[in-house]
Design a protein around this ligand. Sequence first.
Ligand SMILES: Nc1ncnc2c1ncn2[C@@H]1O[C@H](COP(=O)(O)OP(=O)(O)OP(=O)(O)O)[C@@H](O)[C@H]1O
Ligand SMILES: [Mg+2]
Length: 266
Amino acid sequence: MTVAVTVSAEARPRPVYELAQVSKSYGERVVALESVDLVLREGEFHSVIGSSGCGKSTLLKIMAGLTPPSKGRVMLAGTPVLGARADIGMMFQQATLFPWRTTLQNILLPVEVREGRAAAETAAARARILLELVGLKGFEDTYPSQLSGGMAQRAAICRMLISEPNVLLLDEPFSALDEITRDFMNMELQRICRERNASAFLVTHSIAEAVILSDIVHVMSSRPGRIVRSIPIALPRPRTLDMTTLPLFGEYVGVIRGLLDKGAFL
Ligand SMILES: Nc1ncnc2c1ncn2[C@@H]1O[C@H](COP(=O)(O)OP(=O)(O)OP(=O)(O)O)[C@@H](O)[C@H]1O
Ligand SMILES: [Mg+2]
């Protein structure tokens, strides 16, 4: 008896996000995104890299339902994204903490809004654990004006994780962190995603960060933002920081840098 070993299409993880021909114009002159197609599957980590102003944040806001596409279709978990969705966690390019709330109160805000004050009080213990994880123990009762940029970003990461979302949309979440903390946070991000089989879509300017974290790196051209190549990263999982010394890692970095040099960054 022979056993079929071919992997059928159904064996692939189910799609979480499906974007088809998504375009976005702001007014008549700015075409921020053009014909973006992508599929993010359950448990996958994708990154998008491209020059400043090429439409990365616009893409993320469309995926989150915060801004509508001018054309095309966005599906999340099989349903069209028509407005802000509660089933995702989003981290914006700016930390956007409310200045009148303490660090702890900021982190608990999504729980409070969604489930009420009592639920937020219950979640406080979890928030404290998250704060400790990101090195902010002792800053629970501090107001945002007394935090550094990197500390505010770390607080915003906790705020995103408190609702335990299965889909994470991340807009340069670690850009204000020093390299050592950033490496640590990247590895933590990988761990959190693996433990929860969460799907993540990350905007970054760092080629190395994109390669070490991702299953697929999407390289975008400058305006209008188009995905010029989607590169599968075949490094084994879990990824470790010492993989950055592997020749294969260097090859991926070289390919992406070449694409960006060739025009994606122009
Ligand atoms: N609300 C808006 N109204 C008008 N134009 C906008 C708006 N938001 C973004 N744009 C324009 O759309 C283009 C893409 O902006 P976007 O913020 O998506 O870029 P980005 O790739 O995230 O850049 P960066 O790497 O600098 O964060 C830019 O030309 C920007 O000026
Ligand atoms: Mg941006």
